[in-house]
Ligand binder design. Sequence first.
Ligand SMILES: *Cc1c(COP(=O)(O)O)cnc(C)c1O
Length: 221
Amino acid sequence: MEKADSPLQQVQANIAKACKIARRDPGDVTLIAVSKTRSAGAITPLLIEGQRHFGENRVQEAQEKWPALRDEHPAVQLHLIGQLQSNKAEDAVRLFDAIHSLDRPSLVTALAKAFDKVGRQVPCFVQVDVGDEPQKGGCPVAELPALLENARGAGIPLAGLMCIPPADIEPAPFFAFLDTLARDHGLVGRSMGMSGDYETAIRLGATHVRVGTALFGERDT
Ligand SMILES: *Cc1c(COP(=O)(O)O)cnc(C)c1O
């Protein structure tokens, strides 16, 4: 009897299918397994299956979990997908390989300083508040051009744009909007799409999808 596909294999197959429909190269879409709240015991099977990109939303939680896991799996790439306080910028720069939540000038300053101090540059996505929900973080759309100019001036390596559309409404227009903004500003990366909508996001240009529940099951709240 054939073994059933693992959740990772199912998500990978869905990504491949969405890429085919969109005539996109699957190599241009990075699956980030969102491991926030998950224990090392829950994460290890994915590492063994070969998953390399993981996302965490809190610096401290990542500091507690990942150094030990990384000793075993040195190729891991860690993505910070949650809001970042300026006073945690240095810790974030030491631990993460990409930051998806750059959203304000004060954080540009803090990150530039942290890059200098740590001697390491981390690619950053600028998070855009596409749904006008300031509580989720993200730069107001009207302030994006100035923030990008500020970040470029400070020497921040810009990977692209990121968004978290409003819950419970059709996300496609927001993904299309982020794609347009990225194109207008000459940025390659589009970090968009979660468990419920990553295939839609891929059809609309996502280069990084952030998937938690579909890989690990429901989170305890
Ligand atoms: C938790 C989280 C995700 C993953 O959400 P799922 O619905 O579990 O796939 C993606 N992006 C961000 C910013 C998150 O905080």
